[in-house]
Ligand binder design. Structure first.
Ligand code: NOJ
Length: 744
């Protein structure tokens, strides 16, 4: 504690010695006027009237606490009238310190976009940045200052329901997407009325919960933590993320909320993070059931000491910090540091100039139903869809749907659904179904005049009612082609939505089999927030589109892809297992001492005797209506110097099919021998390109020693001279290879 106290004093002295910025001067002056109670007030965040994702602590009259300066921030208060009302109360407090309004703006706000995992499948960073910016613009117009996003947890276990909120299994892709989302939310910088503070969460390693069970423990080496799980957070911090949120889990026995190693040592010291850390919902108090804190007093002590600055909903700071100071357990300097971080952000947002600057009714009105944003959501939706399979039927790939289909049958419980297209975490207007384009409407509208439509729901998402089967079979029999929309309900993935079986629930697959038995060609749309297991469908249905949950414009985005107005280009951000028995499954695993050479090789090698090792669909995989040939890999040199070296990697890409289209060209490396074993492949670059049919181009990447660094057994980030393979292709199964050496 004494060491921490000295560090804090030293950093305060350093700031005073060197020229203070105008902001710091303002904040220091304000801090000097604050009583201890007022300081502690800034560290409290209370929930509004809705949106609880945990126990709400009953505490009487929030409004009078706001007036007394006992609350620093509110979450889940939406709309300028409501935020204005509470801000007016805060303005009645002695020092008139404005409130911060935070909310989970995870994939859009008025206009919803594909769930983050789905949007990541676009591998289009500019698109992802723009969608975050649109969400920020809409949320800010509704009085929000701060989104609890992006979720940057690397996740390799699809049983974990929260995979839908992140960027999937890969550290490199996840870091790039984290940067794009932070930049998108924070736009041209805090202080602009279309920018909200980003919050990289959940710090840290939440995605590695044992067994994929939400809130569960995490046990991993520090090397793994640093190499795989922390880099997206570091990328978000370097991109300027204003805040981070604790995760619920413990890491190697120490809850993240009370974890000095990740909060003080890594985040605040090593990475120089200047923003603040908010706890997750009640996570300070949850250190008691974890068995890490004796009571609220102990929990507050451990959280503030570790570096958690703001208490979301547990009230441990409110109830115990004052006593902890009086008892000499918590130095005021520690509280000052946390308060200062929060006040700095309020200042940067411009709230001290005008606490109501995000309370503008006209701006709110303009974002109620912004047509440009909806058009953009339609584009993002189409670009997030992944074509998993497109077999020929009567000599032609089934997709895109041809004009020769006189009758199309639309079948399945998702066809006419509206809210389901939102997916989980569309919490601002959860029941507003009026603006959502259903899949039925999107497809029927697009096919207008070209084909006639027959419809049958067939079954519900998750029960055993087969009474609609006969009608669905009859509809299929009348049609030339069937489009079936199946999947998991939108509240089956997300927080607290872990599943032990990740199959398409209820009797939906049974319905699919019955429809396939009619002999009509079937296109399957899979609605889901995670990779699902659907082996029978993969083996028997000719065309499959993975549509995630696409948001407000879902129906139009799906129609665009079905009819070929947009040629699908999505690539999977997670490996899709054949069955749950393969989980966790990820492409960048180690080789082991007894690698299987292929799926048939099972004798005394690292394999299952009853299951293949390979995924059903690999990370980075996704088809197009056209075909891209990737060839002629060449390196600018076969040696890279550790100091200042670089190597150019170039391939030729040709669109050899019948449609214009986009391809994601992916570069992977393999470090052949290291002081610790290295993954069989690691993504180190990707480029999304557009080629007209028949067109060719070359695509180049540059590798530097930084791309080859890894954490050694002493948890130091190092380069080691040695041999490397490089692969380029259009999935993690890329086999076009080159070779180079890293030399000292
Ligand atoms: C709990 C979730 O874990 C977190 O992601 C979310 O931001 C908070 N609840 C607030 O809703």
């Amino acid at each position: 504690m004494r060491k921490l106290f000295c560090t804090l004093l030293l950093s305060a002295a350093t700031t005073t010695f060197f020229a203070q910025t105008k902001t710091e001067k303002f904040v220091d002056n304000l801090l000097a006027k604050m009583t201890l109670e007022e300081k502690i007030g800034q560290l409290n965040q209370y929930n509004g009237d809705w949106g609880a994702t945990g126990k709400i602590t009953p505490d009487g009259d929030k409004e009078s606490q706001i007036k007394q300066g006992k609350v620093g921030s509110m979450l889940n208060v939406t709309g300028v009238d409501k935020t204005r009302k509470l801000q007016e109360l805060a303005m009645q407090s002695r020092l008139h310190i404005p409130l911060l309004f935070g909310q989970d703006v995870i994939h859009g706000f008025r206009t919803t976009f594909p769930i983050p995992l789905g949007e990541t499948a676009s591998w289009d960073l500019a698109l992802i940045e723009k969608s975050a910016h649109v969400a920020a613009t809409e949320a800010a117009a509704y009085g929000i200052h701060w989104t609890f996003a992006p979720m940057v947890d690397v996740a390799r276990d699809p049983r974990w329901g929260r995979v839908m909120e992140g960027a999937g299994e890969d550290t490199y892709l996840g870091s790039k997407v984290a940067i794009a989302r932070v930049k998108g939310f924070q736009g041209n910088g805090l202080g602009n009325v279309d920018a909200v503070m980003a919050c990289a969460k959940h710090f840290a390693a939440y995605g590695a919960a044992v067994g994929g069970r939400d809130y569960n423990s995490v046990d991993m080496s520090l090397r793994q933590l640093n190499e795989t799980y922390l880099p997206p957070f570091k990328a978000a911090v370097d991109a300027g993320a204003a805040t981070l949120m604790n995760s619920f889990n413990d890491i190697n026995g120490v809850p993240a909320t009370g974890n000095r190693y990740i909060l003080r040592e890594k985040l605040k010291k090593e990475w120089g993070f200047k923003g603040f850390v908010v706890s997750d919902w009640g996570s300070i108090g949850e250190m008691i059931p974890h068995g890490f804190a004796k009571d609220g007093y102990d929990a507050a002590l451990k959280a503030i000491t570790a570096g958690s600055d703001m208490d979301m909903e547990s009230r441990c700071y409110r109830d115990h910090l004052k006593q902890l100071v009086a008892d000499g357990k918590v130095p005021v300097a520690l509280i000052d540091d946390a308060v200062k971080r929060i006040l700095l952000k309020k200042y940067e947002l411009g709230l001290f100039d005008d606490p109501y600057r995000f309370c503008n009714e006209e701006r709110q009105k303009a974002q109620e139903n912004n047509i440009e944003n909806r058009k953009f959501a339609r584009e993002v939706g189409a670009k997030s869809i992944v074509l998993l399979k497109n077999d020929a039927v009567k000599g032609q790939p089934l997709l895109p749907l041809s004009a020769e289909n006189k009758t199309i049958a639309l079948i399945g419980p998702f066809m006419k659904a509206t809210i389901a297209n939102h997916g989980f975490w569309s919490i601002a207007f959860p029941d507003d179904s009026t603006r959502i384009v259903s899949q039925y409407d999107g497809i029927a509208h697009r096919s207008n005049g070209q084909s006639s439509i027959v419809y049958a729901k067939g079954c519900n998402v998750n029960d055993s009612d087969r009474s609609g089967f006969a009608e669905a079979i009859e509809a299929a029999q009348k049609a030339d082609v069937v489009v079936m929309s199946l999947g998991e309900a939108h509240d089956m993935s997300g927080e607290a939505k872990s599943r032990s079986s990740i199959r398409i629930p209820g009797v939906q697959e049974e319905l699919l089999k019955a429809i396939c038995a009619t002999g009509k060609p079937v296109v399957l749309l899979v609605n889901a927030g995670r990779p699902l297991v659907f082996e029978w469908a993969s083996d028997n249905v000719p065309a499959i589109l993975y549509t995630w949950w696409l948001g407000t414009e879902a129906g139009n985005s799906i129609a665009d892809v079905l009819f070929g107005d947009y040629n699908p280009s999505g690539k999977l951000p997670m490996s899709f297992p054949r069955t749950e028995g393969q989980i966790p499954i990820y492409y960048n695993h180690y080789n082991t001492g007894r690698p299987a050479k292929d799926d048939a090789d099972k004798l005394y090698v690292s394999a299952y005797i009853d299951l293949d090792n390979s995924p059903k669909y690999a990370f980075g995989y996704g088809l197009s209506y056209t075909h891209f040939d990737i060839s002629n890999l060449r390196l600018s040199s076969d040696k890279m110097a550790v100091r200042g070296g670089k190597i150019g990697v170039t391939v030729d890409v040709k669109n050899t099919g019948n449609y214009d289209g986009e391809e994601v060209v992916q570069l992977y490396i393999r470090d052949l021998v290291g002081s610790v074993v290295r993954p069989v492949k690691e993504l180190k670059g990707f480029k999304k390109i557009f080629l007209k049919k028949g067109e060719a181009t070359s695509v180049s990447f540059q590798l530097t020693p930084d791309d080859l660094k890894f954490y050694n057994n002493e948890v130091q980030l190092v380069n080691e001279a040695g041999e490397y393979n490089v692969f380029v292709g259009n999935s993690s199964q890329a086999s076009l290879a080159g070779h180079f050496s890293l030399v000292n």
